[in-house]
Design a protein around this ligand. Structure first.
Ligand code: DGJ
Length: 678
């Protein structure tokens, strides 16, 4: 067998399949056409160690002398086959008695994104238990600082950084969904890496259930990033001939900081799970009316939404039989006959007459103990309904309820012209067998999409507790967070956006006083915050003033003009020495056009804030820059001249290196800047 060199867009993966095990010799910057001689990667043998050089394999285990966290608890396996085509390698290992086989697929995309997964197959004639099967990738000694994420409801994707010391830093999710505290990405990089600089290696597990993702630096000298499904004992038992495929590990290297990761991931995601563009501007009823469903009130809201330019009207929770509050009725997916005597037809007719399409909220994986469904099928409650309820609800065992849900959802989608489902999931499962449930969910979504390919689906889980690349193969949009407070949203969107392109991330304009935090924010900041993603409104517009409605209408017009750029361009974020100043933007792929937002989270550290340096533009091109949107509040005796003049003409080089003198924004303001070819 041989050495495979998977290469694309400045990234190399070198896979050695000579000998009895496959080994990744290098994952990182492109090594060029000439790989070192065969033995170059063989290390020395240290004292007090195994007597042969320790070489990390694709499935590291005790048998080879690896005393770090193994990839497969059962072993040993030996390499029996390897081949590659089109930047994808397949390697096959087998147990000495040939009863257990593990095939690994490693593919490098044109963008330099590496995907890796194993498939274990029972080749014997007795049952085989798979105790755990993980993917591991080596990282160099220079990757000495870690970044991953934690969070809580309405505060998803809080970054946390720490040095990578000897030992394992492992993040484990047992929520039955990734959870608000999902690690999301495990990033190891050169100390001090930022958005624009530093070498970084990152992994994400494309999986919506229990999982672990970790970094390890062993005292032996090796460093790895690893991830896999978190399996409970005995969860995967394979009958003879059966296989278990792990989720995909998505792995990215960048020599240009976190933006470099997005530069690979975003185009790859856009090609792999394309969003349907243009993303319609949504009005969602949740924070506008909550459970107060009334045709008259909602009809007024429909008209208000259409008058500002919304394109989709989404009826949130509260429409189905007996659902008067969040304590009941989940599972009874019939339109409530009391509230909606003529069904949803009159509302949808109004929505369509106003020129919008219609979306509906559902939470199919759940069941309320008092529902008719629970009375009819008590055995469908996951794990028999022991353990605490959560939001007064329980989970449905999807392996049992699959057909019911497919029929009910199909009936709704057939009776009504529904363009969009907001698919919610509002509790942790608290079951040891969540993998079964996750696979059943994927099956259900796959069946539904096959029947109704035109229906878009949004993954929502109490906000952003289920945002991952596994479910993204089956949905079109994520509800990023339940908070519409723009200050929280700035941070949540910034970090979620390292992995997920903006057009997949729902971001809505909320009321002046945010419902979740009680904080009041300026309209300009709220609009600027909701401009970049899949935009929408979550506010009772009938209560908005005339001038607010005019501003919102102008914002929607701007969003529609800019969304072809915002939803296909390169996301850039500046590193700022002042944590009160955030700068982010989107630059067209051909670098002719860009939009940036400067956001002040608090008071600046200096009377004169740093200049606004705009990254990602073509250094040699001449651009015109001008402010757009609602002007932010400032406190200054005189604005910088370019702002007073209303525009400036500068090269990309000057904009990146010298920048624009910043106006003195008061806290919690946003300045939007459009950059166009001169
Ligand atoms: C949680 C979601 O995140 C909210 O947006 C809303 O849909 C509620 N559930 C409805 O119960």
């Amino acid at each position: 067998m041989t050495v495979f060199h998977l290469r694309a867009a400045g990234v190399s993966l070198v896979l050695d399949t000579r000998g009895t095990a496959a080994r990744i010799l290098h994952w990182g910057p492109d090594l060029g056409d000439h790989l070192p001689a065969e033995d170059h990667f063989v290390p020395a043998v240290p004292p007090s160690s195994i007597d042969v050089p320790l070489r990390l394999s694709l499935l590291p285990s005790l048998e080879e002398g690896w005393t770090g966290r193994p990839a497969l608890s059962a072993g040993p396996l030996r390499l029996i086959d390897a081949h590659a085509s089109e930047n994808t390698a397949f390697v096959r290992h087998s147990s000495p008695d040939s009863t257990q086989e593990v095939t690994t697929e490693l593919g490098m995309s044109a963008e330099g994104v590496l995907r890796l997964r194993h498939r274990a197959t029972n080749r014997g004639d007795a049952e085989l238990t798979v105790p755990g099967l993980d993917m591991l990738l080596p990282i160099p000694d220079s990757a000495a600082e870690l970044l991953d994420f934690t969070g809580l409801w309405s505060h998803e994707r809080l970054p946390q950084r720490a040095p990578l010391r000897h030992g394992v830093w492992s993040r484990e999710s047992r929520h039955g969904r990734p959870g608000h505290d999902d690690a999301f990405l495990m990033i190891a990089g050169e100390p001090g890496f930022g958005f624009r600089a530093g070498r970084v290696w990152a992994v994400h597990l494309a999986w919506s259930g229990d999982k672990r993702i970790w970094a390890e630096r062993s005292a032996l000298g090796y460093g790895v990033l690893g991830a896999g499904e978190l399996l409970s004992p005995g969860e995967i038992r394979l009958a003879p001939g059966e296989s278990y495929a792990t989720p995909w590990l998505v792995a990215v290297f960048s020599d240009a900081g976190l933006d470099g990761l997005s530069d690979r991931l975003h185009p790859w995601i856009r090609a792999h799970s394309p969003a349907r563009l243009p993303r319609p501007v949504v009005l969602n009823t949740w924070e506008a009316v909550y459970f107060d469903h009334d045709l008259g009130v909602l009809s007024d809201l429909v008209d208000a939404a259409a008058s500002v330019g919304a394109e989709r009207f989404v009826l949130d929770d509260g429409w189905f039989a007996g659902r008067r509050d969040d304590r009941r009725a989940l599972g009874d997916w019939f339109v409530d006959a009391e509230v909606w005597p003529d069904g949803l037809h009159p509302l949808i007719a109004r929505v369509e007459k106003a020129g919008m399409d219609f979306g509906l909220w559902v939470e199919p994986e759940m069941i309320s103990p008092d529902s008719a469904l629970a009375a009819a099928h008590p055995d469908w409650i996951l794990d028999g309904g022991t353990g605490p309820t959560w939001r007064r609800q329980r989970a449905l065992d999807l392996t049992k309820a699959h057909d019911y849900l497919l029929d009910r959802l199909s009936a709704l989608l057939t009776e009504y012209p529904i363009a969009f489902l907001k698919w919610d999931h509002n509790r942790d499962l608290l079951t040891p067998h969540s993998g079964r449930q996750t696979r059943a969910l994927y099956r259900l979504l796959t069946s539904l999409r096959a029947r109704f390919p035109h229906v878009e689906i949004e993954s929502c889980a109490s906000g952003g507790a289920r945002i991952d690349l596994g479910i993204l193969e089956l949905v079109d949009r994520f509800w990023t967070s339940d908070t519409n407070d723009p200050l929280d949203r700035q941070s949540i969107q910034r970090w979620t956006g390292v992995l997920i392109p903006p057009e997949y991330l729902g971001g809505h304009l909320g009321a002046a006083t945010a419902h979740v935090t009680g904080r009041t924010s300026a309209l300009g900041l709220r609009l600027a915050t909701a401009l970049f993603g899949s935009a929408g409104i979550e506010w009772n517009l009938t209560a908005a003033s005339e001038s607010e409605r005019l501003d919102i209408a102008a914002w929607i017009t701007e969003h529609k003009r800019l969304r072809p750029l915002l939803h296909t361009g390169r996301v850039v974020r500046a590193d700022s020495p002042d944590p009160a100043h955030l700068l982010h933007g989107v630059v067209a792929q051909d670098r002719t056009h860009a939009v940036f937002a400067l956001v002040t989270l608090g008071a600046p550290r200096a009377a004169l804030p740093p200049p606004i340096r705009l990254p990602g533009l073509d250094p040699d091109r001449l651009y015109t820059v001008r402010p757009i949107g609602v002007p932010p509040r400032t406190l200054q005796d005189a604005p910088p001249p370019w702002l007073a003049a209303g525009s400036a003409t500068l090269t990309g080089r000057v904009l990146a290196e010298v920048g624009l003198p910043a106006p003195l924004l008061t806290p919690e303001q946003a300045l939007l800047i459009e950059v166009s070819p001169h």
